[in-house]
Write a protein that binds this ligand. Structure first.
Ligand code: KG4
Ligand code: ZN
Length: 338
């Protein structure tokens, strides 16, 4: 079964064709990052306009790269939530029109569930149940993946996502948008113990996250230095920030796995490209004898292959949408109340 996936939740217009949820036949991404860079972050209206211009050429290329026509596609999967509403609406409206025209099933996909599915594209043995750690610019979440379409959140961020913390601190350090990758590079040169950063203590659910205190501390530190005419060492600060985030997500994920009895962990989301997060989690999993799956760097960030992969499993579970499908800016995972 070959699913066309469409993704437009943020600043990547993407389309891909995936066979049986596991094999990528094509994977096309038109990134707008260079344009948003001029403004230091994603400008929602600009993102919608670029999706509008790019979506048809991107879908055409995905079909051409797979050497297929739309008639040979078995279903159209689209990200409908969560994300920038104006951006999501472009993909949803386009997918609805295409499904109607080609008489194909329309399959709604939750973006975060899509990130988790990126691992299916490269780890043929990965099957639920397992514990997912999904870290991106908009989400940070530990979730039990009970089956391909049933999720149970164990902990999630109460304020900023890890990626947002990386990006806001990166901006304050003078790195261009999106800053996470620049922090990662600077961190390779830095000494993490040069800065003592605050660690948030969570009341209530110990698996929840909070990154706003860390972000505010670093932004204030940099502003204060600037006002005093001093500079901070951004290599060391990057290394300390990266270590703080990597340690936090790793400690909580390992503790959750131990408590819930999981030995299989799958990392995903844009921040799963971070070398500190990858290395720290991999070392902890090895120490505890856990199996760890993570996507290659090319499938960590937003792409449509992951949407097509999750779309395949949604379709098998009977999750399809009719022509009233709408975009939703904020939505819990499938199987959970809003
Ligand atoms: O999954 P994603 O592409 O979009 C969302 O769904 O949010 O994640 C984007 C986030 C951005 O915050 C970006 O800075 C971060 O992932 N990111 C990284 C790295 N590569 C991407 N953060 C830290 N280190 C990286 N190497
Ligand atoms: Zn994403």
């Amino acid at each position: 079964m070959r699913i066309l996936g469409i993704e437009s939740s943020c600043d990547e217009t993407a389309a891909a064709i995936v066979e049986d949820g596991r094999r990528i036949l094509s994977n096309v991404i038109a990134s707008q990052a260079d344009e948003h860079k001029l403004y230091g972050g994603v400008v929602p209206e600009l993102a919608s306009r670029r999706h509008c211009e790019n979506i048809l050429p991107v879908v055409r290329k995905a079909l051409a790269d797979a050497n297929m026509t739309i008639d040979e596609v078995d279903g159209i999967a689209v990200t409908y939530a969560p994300g920038l509403i104006g951006a999501l609406l472009v993909g949803v409206s386009f997918a609805k029109g295409l499904a109607l025209m080609a008489n194909k099933p329309l399959i709604p996909v939750h973006h975060t569930e899509g990130h988790a599915a990126a691992n299916y594209l490269v780890h043929p043995d990965l099957k639920p149940p397992y514990l997912g750690l999904i870290v991106s610019g908009g989400h940070t979440r530990i979730a039990e993946v009970l089956d391909y379409t049933t999720f149970r959140t164990v902990g999630k961020t109460r304020d900023d996502a890890a990626g947002e913390c990386f990006d806001k601190c990166a901006r304050a350090m003078g790195f261009p948008y999106p800053g996470g990758v620049h922090v990662d590079k600077a961190a390779q040169r830095g000494n993490a113990s040069a800065y003592q950063l605050p660690k948030t203590k969570m009341e209530g659910n110990p698996y929840d996250f909070s990154f706003s205190g860390l972000k505010t501390y670093i932004v204030n530190l940099l502003h204060h230095a600037e006002q005093c005419g001093k500079t901070e060492n951004t290599d060391d600060l990057s290394a300390a920030l990266q270590k703080a985030i990597a340690d936090t997500v790793t400690e909580k994920t390992i503790a959750a796995a131990q408590e819930l009895g999981y030995t299989k962990i799958a990392l995903s989301g844009g921040v799963s490209a971070n070398s500190g997060v990858r290395d720290t989690l991999a070392a902890a999993c090895e120490k505890h004898g856990f199996t760890l799956c993570m996507p290659p760097l090319a499938l960590c960030g937003d792409n449509a292959a992951m949407i097509a992969a999750q779309g395949y499993y949604n379709y098998l579970a009977g999750i399809t949408a009719d022509e009233t499908l709408n975009a939703v800016a904020s939505k819990e995972l499938r199987g959970e109340s809003a």
